[in-house]
Ligand binder design. Structure first.
Ligand code: FE2
Ligand code: FE2
Length: 390
């Protein structure tokens, strides 16, 4: 059973009308990785750029930015019950994903600090930023009499293991997509101040610059990384047991050799771009659609803008990017959104579990087919793409 991670300020009055957060495939995840490989990474190829980025982090531009002003007083009471619920869900999802970034960066900085101090320092600065973001969101939740129990979340959430390379792809994309999401909302609300339902959005412009810098850090890290490691691990873990032998080092070297082939990078780039874009699109046009409407945004237009921009940005570091301009691209994503609606209608209908599963099967297959076709869609070569922004 999923337990609630939300509790009200007064512990006697748990939830205060807020339904517990359900764990779904689309909810933010917590990650863990191979810390040994991380600490052994050879950054010499791009050390200068990483040092420059670290220097930017040290300046801590947003040190005084996340301070609440009087605009927050009484702002929560102004929301109608429906908007309030949508907004609280948004706060909860955002706070969880900021906090998930904090946990990963914090753990990384702690585990690699002896062998890889530059990298550890960068991760510590990013953890500082993410803690600030999560804390600021949590403060807004307390305006609604709710608070995310971050300690509970840390201890009880499942951690998904990703090897370092996948962590780079996934976090790079989530930082850059975060940047475009925040700036798009900020710019929209700047033009439409009547839709600014909460003063939190005033902070998005500087906030997104943090995410942009985090993304640039992973950009530099991936550029430093092709030769990846100084020495590889002599350990191997099979089914929870760890074995040590010098020969395993060759196995890891072979694995890294395969990982660093240009073809492998291209396949992974397509995989992560598609996974991140499809997840966001399905969530925003599904359960989050009404939230965007409450800000006067059309979720489809908003997501397509964010995806196109993130895709352009990713062309600076990924060898290939998605052909988001092919008309089948959004057509297939829309079909997935439609399918998800069918799936949730079946889930909410009467009937036993088996009959529901059987009813869902063709729709699952259709989703799988759409994703496969999207994955196989001929990608755009980053070299020929958007030279103006490179
Ligand atoms: Fe953040
Ligand atoms: Fe970030």
């Amino acid at each position: 059973m999923t337990q609630s991670t939300v509790e009200s300020k007064s512990k006697k009055d748990i939830n205060n009308g807020k339904t517990p957060a359900k764990e779904t495939i689309l909810s933010p995840r917590f990650y863990t990785t191979d810390f040994e490989a991380m600490e052994n990474m050879d950054l010499s190829i791009n050390e200068e750029e990483l040092e420059a980025i670290c220097e930017e982090f040290r300046k801590d531009y947003n040190r005084h930015h996340f301070v609440r002003n009087s605009e927050f007083e009484g702002a929560a009471e102004k929301l109608d019950p429906e908007t309030r619920e949508l907004f609280v869900d948004f706060l909860e999802g955002s706070c969880t994903s900021e906090f998930s970034g904090f946990l990963l960066y914090k753990e990384l900085s702690k585990r690699i600090k002896d062998k890889n101090p530059l990298l550890a320092e960068c991760f510590a600065h990013m953890a500082r930023d993410e803690a600030r973001h999560a804390g600021f969101l949590n403060k807004s939740m307390s305006d609604f009499g709710l608070q995310l129990d971050l300690g509970f979340l840390t201890a009880n959430k499942d951690y998904t293991y990703f090897p370092p390379r996948s962590i780079f792809y996934a976090t790079y994309l989530s930082e850059k997509i975060g940047y475009w999401r925040y700036i798009a909302i900020y710019k929209h609300l700047e033009k439409n101040p009547d839709s600014k339902i909460f003063p939190l959005f005033n902070y998005f412009e500087n906030w997104c610059q943090d995410e942009n810098r985090h993304g640039d850090f992973f950009d530099a890290l991936m550029k430093a990384q092709p030769r990846t490691v100084k020495s590889l691990s002599q350990k191997i873990t099979i089914g929870g047991s760890t074995f040590t032998h010098p020969l395993f080092d060759y196995f890891h070297r072979f694995r890294y050799f395969l990982n660093n082939l240009p073809l492998t990078s291209k396949l992974w780039s397509r995989f992560f771009l598609l996974a991140v874009f499809a997840t966001m699109y399905a969530r925003d046009l599904g359960i989050k659609k009404d939230f965007y409407s409450s800000l006067g945004l059309d979720a489809r237009d908003y997501d397509q803008f964010v995806i196109n921009k993130t895709n352009e940005t990713a062309a600076r570091v990924f060898p290939v990017v998605m052909d988001v301009y092919d008309e089948s691209f959004y057509g297939r994503l829309d079909k997935i959104v439609e399918n998800n609606k069918v799936l949730s209608d079946i889930a909410n209908s009467d009937g036993n579990k088996l009959s529901k599963t059987l009813k869902k099967l063709p729709t699952y297959l259709s989703n799988g087919y759409q994703l496969l076709r999207l994955y196989l869609l001929k990608p755009l070569d980053s070299k020929d793409f958007q030279p103006s922004i490179r």
